[in-house]
Design a protein around this ligand. Structure first.
Ligand code: FO1
Length: 318
């Protein structure tokens, strides 16, 4: 079975670990969000691609869900000693090697998709990891800072500010000129099912869908598209999705997120058991809906969610 998954960072990576357990023989292509990318110290950092690669490749810092395990921060300390910032983004020594290799290959003219393939040759994630685009897309967030409206990089909003101030707009800068990376549209066209894991619907999956051609390819693929709600009991399971959902005028409820994607895109939607009451509303919007446990507490729990999503896909296909 050919499965395509649109993945952001931590939630998407954990979901994929469950997918590999539930469907070990499936041919999985991950379309990774690159809107979180940030250029620091002359290096290109791709947080969501690296989180998927490290998580599935066994190098992730498990508690954090990002960065490498067994990290040290000598380079970060030396940069700070030179007064070279920013110091609010925790880049470890092992992680720096990834960004040096990536930046060296990009400078040599390789596209991000080729670079990602090369990095994955070491990590062997067991899925094909494609960036959503080889073109530069960087999500910025409009905030009020000392009385004036400013656009700041998503990472500054998310990591330095901890999303502590309202986001008035979320803009994937460059998305409208970006092209899907090689293999992305082909993977969607050949998929038997497309899954939206419980990633951030605005800054992760939303950014991937903002690349012209990707939303249309999924809507026209003629195969089941099934998503899992990142909102459980009117609150995000992790991260601060509610902050960016508010910025795009979407209520932080499981039903509202399904309707935000729309029945033109989604055929099925899983909500958590606590959101049983939302099933009727989602079904009324033309999206098949089931309430099942959605907390990715461990690989087995996640694998059970994956099996529910694949079962719903078959029900929709029928
Ligand atoms: N997230 C944080 O909350 N604090 C950090 O210091 C931090 C550093 C970091 C370094 C490399 C990397 O690949 C990811 C990193 N993240 C950090 C996570 C990053 O902000 C992710 O983009 C978000 O968590 C959303 O996916």
């Amino acid at each position: 079975m050919r499965i395509v998954v649109l993945a952001g960072g931590i939630g998407g990576a954990r979901f994929l670990r469950g997918l590999k357990a539930a469907a070990p023989d499936a041919d999985v292509t991950v379309i990774g969000n690159t809107g979180d990318d940030i250029h620091l110290f002359g290096l290109k950092v791709c947080p969501d691609l690296d989180t998927v690669m490290y998580t599935l490749g066994g190098g992730i810092n498990e508690e954090q869900g990002w960065g490498r395990t067994d990290e040290t921060f000598r380079v970060k300390e030396e940069l700070a000693a030179y007064g070279v910032g920013p110091d609010w983004f925790g880049l470890g020594d092992r992680d720096f090697a990834t960004h040096i290799v990536r930046t060296q290959m990009l400078s040599a003219g390789y596209p991000l998709s080729a670079v990602t393939e090369a990095l994955c040759a070491r990590w062997k994630p067991g899925v094909r990891l494609l960036p959503m685009s080889d073109d530069r897309v960087e999500t910025h967030v409009a905030v009020d800072d000392e009385g004036e409206r400013r656009a700041i990089h998503f990472q500054e909003y998310w990591v330095r500010l901890r999303a502590s101030v309202p986001a008035h707009a979320v803009v994937p800068v460059g998305a409208d000129q970006a092209k899907p990376a090689p293999g992305v549209l082909e993977a969607i066209a050949e998929a038997d099912v497309v899954l939206f894991p419980p990633s951030n619907p605005v800054v992760s999956i939303g950014t991937i869908l903002a690349v012209p051609g990707i939303r249309e390819a999924i809507a026209d693929a003629g195969v089941p598209v099934v998503g899992l709600s990142p909102i459980v009991g009117d609150a995000p399971v992790r991260g601060m999705a509610d902050k960016v959902l508010a910025a795009v005028g979407v209520e932080s409820t499981a039903a509202a997120v399904a309707q935000h994607y729309g029945s033109g895109l989604l055929d099925g939607w899983l909500v958590d058991s606590v959101d049983e009451a939302a099933v009727a509303e989602v079904e009324a919007a033309g999206i098949r809906c089931r309430a099942v446990p959605l907390m990715m507490t461990d690989v087995d729990a996640t694998a059970a969610m994956v099996r529910e999503a694949l079962a719903l896909a078959e029900e929709v296909r029928a």
